[in-house]
Design a protein around this ligand. Structure first.
Ligand SMILES: *Cc1c(COP(=O)(O)O)cnc(C)c1O
Length: 401
């Protein structure tokens, strides 16, 4: 080790300065923005590429902040140590793309849930067909519908555990069993449920995907994704696609998301307790036609939710306001202290209105058929005081009517 007080070893300020030696270690994770890593000689670089020595070469191929973040999400997902590490990507959609690009071959068919996140649904109905992949959609709450969607060419099943925004619960046991029986990888987008509620890989699924942008990052200031597979061949195929197609995450985003993850479990538990209280309060109000929350006894999939999630019920609450667009606008204006913003998973509560955002491309009739009339409102419940939230929402519902 060189003496940090020794004269600067580089003959030019243009050249990089070595990191000062230190026997003490930083407590917080350092940020490593470096795009490249230098090796001592060509043999050492060879051994880094072959995985014989720990190290990095070029940031698109991997960097320490992504690895620190991946290891934390791996742990949350209950993954065994020593398996292939999770892969962090520049967004949740980048993770979906890496999985599709890594696992599909020409001629393959994809079966997917019919209420996926809007952009995932677009991949199924528009982009994959444009590239020559056949796709079919199924009702994930109905095992017969899933089975009917499979063909001899099906190479991938993509499903979300809890649907957006109607919060229906997929028949995960049947879907995972069908995938195993037919040798089709089951890919689960676990964004809404989070590993606090459901851990797909421990329940027999093959690939898990997250939009880290949402509850895991938790502060609405980072756009990132994550995906992982326990099978080394699946994991390697996805990692190669992620590196080649360039969905690499920024070190700063990984650093921020890792910071957010320290409080994920306490944030999640508090938001869920708030959601239970909010769902019950809304259900008692005049002007609220229906409340959709997997924790309530009137939820259509209550028994399945209890079986899959135990006592967990999530932070997402949807409800149907009596009336149409004027009542929705009056509600949103009266609830102005709660941001009307088309996202979820922030520390503070946000409100969204699918008919004017995520599902605006559908006709009113098509939305109605999915159980989403004009008065349908979705809450991503945050960690603020439950009484404050209930007071604000109650006043806004009254103002709307
Ligand atoms: C937001 C979201 C995505 C996409 O994630 P981005 O980080 O916005 O790309 C995918 N799936 C679900 C369920 C989501 O909520």
């Amino acid at each position: 080790m060189t003496d940090p007080l020794a004269p600067e070893p580089t003959p030019s300020v243009v050249r990089r300065t070595p990191v000062p030696p230190s026997v003490s270690q930083p407590v917080a994770t350092p940020l490593w923005p470096s795009v490249v890593y230098r090796a001592t000689d060509a043999d050492e670089l060879d051994r880094i590429y072959e995985g014989e020595l720990p190290g990095y070469s070029y940031a698109r191929e991997g960097h320490p902040n992504a690895d620190v973040l991946a290891a934390k999400i791996d742990r949350l997902e209950g993954r065994r140590l020593g398996g292939p590490a999770g892969i962090v990507s520049s967004s949740g959609m980048a993770a979906v793309s890496a999985v599709l690009l890594g696992l599909l071959r020409a001629g393959d068919h994809v079966a997917a849930g019919n209420q996926l996140y809007g952009r995932s649904l677009r991949l199924m109905t528009s982009d994959l067909p444009r590239m020559g992949f056949a796709t079919s959609l199924f009702d994930p709450t109905d095992a017969a519908s899933v089975e009917a969607a499979l063909t001899p060419a099906t190479r991938l099943i993509l499903v979300e555990v809890v649907s957006n925004p109607t919060l229906r619960v997929a028949d995960m046991e049947a879907i995972v069993a069908l995938g195993a029986q037919r040798g089709i990888p089951v890919v689960v987008d676990n964004t809404f449920t989070t590993p606090r509620m459901y851990q797909p890989l421990t329940q027999g699924a093959d690939v898990v995907i997250h939009s880290v942008t949402k509850l895991l990052g938790g502060h609405a200031d980072v756009t990132l994704g994550y995906t992982a597979a326990d099978d080394p061949d699946l994991a390697a195929a996805i990692r190669t696609a992620a590196v080649t197609w360039g969905v690499a995450p920024s070190p700063f985003d990984c650093w921020l998301a890792e910071r957010g993850l320290h409080t994920f479990e306490v944030r999640y538990d508090r938001a869920e307790a708030n959601a239970v209280a909010v769902a019950d309060a809304l259900a008692g109000l005049d002007g609220v036609r229906a409340v959709l929350y997997p924790g309530r006894t009137d939820h259509p999939d209550r028994a399945r939710a209890a079986k899959l999630f135990g006592s967990r019920t999530g932070n997402m609450v949807s409800f149907v306001l009596d009336g149409g667009r004027p009542e929705v606008n009056a509600f949103l204006r009266a609830a102005a202290a709660i941001p009307f913003a088309p996202t979820l998973g922030d520390v503070a509560t946000t409100i969204s209105h699918p008919a004017s955002s995520s599902h605006r491309a559908l006709t009113a009739e098509a939305r109605e058929a999915l159980g989403m009339p004009e008065g349908f409102i979705r809450l991503s419940v945050g960690i603020e005081d439950a009484d404050l939230l209930i007071d604000e929402l109650t006043a806004a519902v009254r103002a709307s009517q």
